[in-house]
Design a protein around this ligand. Sequence first.
Ligand code: NAI
Ligand code: MG
Length: 336
Amino acid sequence: MRENTGPHQVAVIPGDGIGLEVIEAALAVLRATRVPLEFQRYQAGDECLKKQGAALPPATLAGALAAEAVLFGAVGDTAAEVILRLRRELNTFVNLRPTRAFPGVDCLYPELKLVIVRENTEGLYGGLENEITPGVVTAMRVITQRASERIARFAFEYALRNGFGQVTAIHKANVLQKSDGLFLRAARAVAAEYPQIGYQEALVDSTAMNLVLRPERFQILLTPNLFGDILSDLVAGLVGGLGLCPSANLGDDHALFEPVHGSAPDIAGQNIANPTAAILCGAMLLRHFGELPSAEWVEKALEGTITAGQTTSDLGGSLSTTEMTQIGRAAWRERA
Ligand code: NAI
Ligand code: MG
């Protein structure tokens, strides 16, 4: 993060569908904290492509690169052109997805706390697809020693700093012997440097089953890009849905915060999307700027709101996005 004496500069990219609605909610809560933040809005996504002819216009990319942090909503079918490109351009090599259950939410695992640390720059997400002849398409899966080591080190450091005792490397090295073999070797080498943190390895397919049957076996899942994407939606399902799950894309020079969910066209425009994931992204952004008390208050206010059953319909409540946000915001004000 660069030196800054004035307000923190945050680029806001709401995107499409419920991205617009949940980012409004996150901004309302962030403003209520009175932490000095300056928001600059940018366009991206499906609608932007229609209007401006580009899903990620140069001004948006430049704004994201210049800002101290980015708050991103979601885009629709242009996700590969927008969010994957942003992650690459900002060199955010970590995709951090902390998931927790909230008291009072009817879900499979009301006590669950689990973190996915997903490699964010390579794997199958490099956009290296090729139609070699009509009817035959290849996709290149790139795994490098450098990126694997870097993400493994982040997972162990995160475990250390946040009181976790174990990291599980997720792989399919029985089939993808060379690529996931390399990923595992890098993870093992890093694990050896952290004897105080337990280390285990698990195949991605059986992990999908074990996450449903006995998720308490896991604390931090260290994954290549695609597996982390898929398993994080599975984990969301264990705690009550995608409306609850935030994420941070982190690199040496940039940070981009976004809900795990997409633009949800099935509920977009109805003011019924759960704003929790986006508001938790706001809390992660506050933490990133070292504003720990404000971040904690936002999380506590949200928890109080959810525990009191004052939620959107995905969690069984009857509130709109804006109503839930206002109640959470009022709870924050009382605390403050
Ligand atoms: P999705 O995450 O948008 O929705 C999956 C399901 O979860 C839907 O039934 C939706 O209504 C529900 N849901 C998601 N967020 C919710 C919230 N905050 N509150 C209540 N319910 C919520 O994933 P889907 O349907 O697979 O993709 C829709 C579009 O989003 C696609 O065009 C996809 O490319 C895009 N997408 C974009 C992402 C991004 O911008 N980072 C990430 C994932 C998908
Ligand atoms: Mg996903």
